[in-house]
Design a protein around this ligand. Structure first.
Ligand SMILES: Cc1cc2nc3c(=O)[nH]c(=O)nc-3n(C[C@H](O)[C@H](O)[C@H](O)COP(=O)(O)O)c2cc1C
Ligand code: SF4
Length: 510
């Protein structure tokens, strides 16, 4: 009997390890032979730990399974049981997705290179090795892939700049700082399919002429650090990394570097300083990291999902990827649904699904059962969208047109009890705490922002225009998007939920 118990951090947090132990113990007592595979998560987090049994080549899901359910599940021979969910791929949440980047996550043992290859792994790299550097750039440009870290910059254009730069050394850096609130796609990919990131980084390295790569990984992800390091070791032992990648003659190697935990260290120049052992302070641009990056050398800095998507683009061809999507947002996007929501998790789909469909249909509305009040998309710098904007399709330009951003595609849901003045205050406070201190509009502005929101809360209506003025200064004068985008959650809260500001102010004044 082949059983799957995830080793993803989200599953481990709800006792997946104890479930795995109970499965082995129960099998031993019964004398049943069990092959236990520790896979990544399927992304249906409300069902974790989600245990699967493979029968006639079909995987059947059970969840959420607790250690004390295990004996009864064996009694039922992993068939007819209250926790049975049917074939995993037939669950509505799975059926509605288009999994390109996450195709293997939750399916395979993340540390089995054999399973990786059996599921299409390394085909992209092998194809890339038969192409010239400029042909690879064309493939990337043709795919339409845009950076999934937040800014949505075309990946092919970034690689082109690094490829054309003249230097004795170049670098690839995977940004695995994943600081946005409600996001976990990078972690899930690294824990569930680490070879896809390694393969993507190797393709990037060979394409631009970089021989060394780094995964800058946040210290809050110990599982991901462990799995990535182990996967790199295995990849090296199998000749996928090293002096001659898959015997091609191209050298490329990589390692994990652990960040100490600062939101601003996800910003690429701050990240590079941190990687060099310096304080994580933002560098002024230009020069771009693509020209002068790590140790002053041309560097590709890309998000984990951007790099982890490269193998499937090369495996299936740019056109296959580009044919999904909407407008200038091509391909698929792994959306992370979180906050006060019934069904939270990772949902990969082509761009174009509306925000309302994601929240109401896929997310199932709020966990509290109360009406949705606001949704913050794009992390702590993203705007709050009211229900009136639920028709907005998921796309870079479409969200921008409504004063929002997609960022790393985190969707955080709030119910009617959310206090939007409090959320505006939190945005300013977050910026004040996380500011690197390099520029005045952010360093001082965020502190003044907290004070100004507090004045509004105390009933001082004159402070409202002051807050909008301050936001304009932060938008126009900040060196990076931390100070420059903090006004978006603040002003969207003020614009879409004015009652929370005026009513609270009036109440306090009376
Ligand atoms: C304050 C701040 C925090 C950021 N945090 C992250 C992060 O955690 N992960 C990430 O990939 N990009 C983050 N970014 C964006 C990076 O600066 C950069 O645009 C990205 O890593 C480039 O990769 P991409 O083109 O693949 O998205 C952040 C930007 C800012 C301004
Ligand atoms: S906006 Fe804030 S985080 Fe960005 S450079 Fe200025 S002080 Fe640093």
């Amino acid at each position: 009997m082949k059983l799957y118990v995830p080793r993803d951090a989200a599953a481990l947090a709800v006792d997946a390890e104890k479930v795995a132990e109970a499965v082995l113990a129960e099998a031993k007592i019964r004398g049943t032979e069990v092959e236990l595979v520790r896979n990544g998560s399927r992304g249906m987090l409300w069902l974790e730990p989600l245990v699967e049994v493979e029968r006639d080549g079909v995987r059947h899901a059970f969840g959420p399974v607790s250690p004390r359910d295990v004996a009864a599940l064996f009694d039922a021979e992993w068939g007819d049981h209250a926790l049975a969910l049917g074939p995993t791929e037939e669950i509505d949440w799975m059926k509605r997705q288009t999994r390109l980047t996450f195709a293997r996550v939750g399916v395979i043992d993340p540390l089995s290179l054999e399973a990786y290859e059996a599921h299409g792994g390394l085909k992209g790299l092998r194809r890339a090795l038969g192409m010239t550097g400029p042909e690879m750039i064309e493939e990337m440009k043709e795919s339409g892939l845009r950076g999934r870290g937040g800014a949505g910059f075309p990946t092919g254009i970034k690689w082109d700049t690094v490829q054309k730069a003249q230097a004795d050394r170049k670098y690839i850096v995977a940004n695995a700082d994943e600081g946005d609130s409600g996001t976990f796609a990078d972690r899930m990919l690294m824990e569930g399919d680490p070879f896809s990131l390694i393969e993507g980084m190797a393709i990037a390295g060979i394409c631009v002429g970089a021989t060394q790569g780094y995964v800058y990984l946040r210290s809050e992800y110990p599982e991901a650090i462990h799995v990535m390091r182990e996967a790199i070791r295995i990849a090296r032992a199998h000749g996928l990394l090293g002096a001659s990648v898959l015997g091609s003659g191209f050298a490329y190697d990589m390692e994990v570097r652990v960040g100490a935990g600062a939101y601003v260290c996800g910003e690429e120049t701050s990240l590079l300083n941190s990687l060099e052992g310096k304080r994580g302070v933002v560098r002024a641009k230009p020069p771009l990291p693509a020209i002068e990056g790590f140790l002053g050398k041309p560097t590709v800095v890309n998000n984990v999902i951007s790099l982890g998507t490269v193998p499937v683009i090369f495996e299936k061809g740019a056109a296959h990827y580009r044919d999904f999507g909407l407008g200038r947002s091509r391909g698929t996007i792994p959306i992370q649904i979180a906050g006060n929501v019934k069904f939270g998790g990772l949902f990969e789909t082509a761009f174009g699904t509306t925000l309302g469909a994601l929240v109401d249909e896929i997310g199932g509305g709020t966990a509290s059962g109360r009406p949705v009040k606001a949704v913050q998309v794009g992390g702590p710098l993203g705007a709050y969208f009211p229900r009136a904007l639920f028709d907005t399709p998921f796309g870079y330009e479409e969200f921008d047109g409504e004063g929002g951003l997609i960022g790393h595609a985190g969707v955080v849901v709030f119910d009617e009890q959310a206090d939007m003045l409090g959320m505006a205050r939190f945005a300013m406070e977050f910026c004040a705490v996380e500011s690197c201190g390099k520029c005045t509009p952010c360093r001082i502005g965020a502190v003044r922002g907290v004070e100004t929101v507090d004045r509004i809360a105390r009933g001082d209506a004159d402070a409202i225009p002051l807050l909008t003025d301050l936001c304009d200064t932060m938008k126009d004068g900040s060196l990076c998007a931390l100070g420059g985008f903090t006004p978006y959650p603040v002003l969207s809260a003020l614009m879409h939920f004015p009652d929370d500001f005026h009513a609270r102010g009036k109440e306090a004044a009376e």
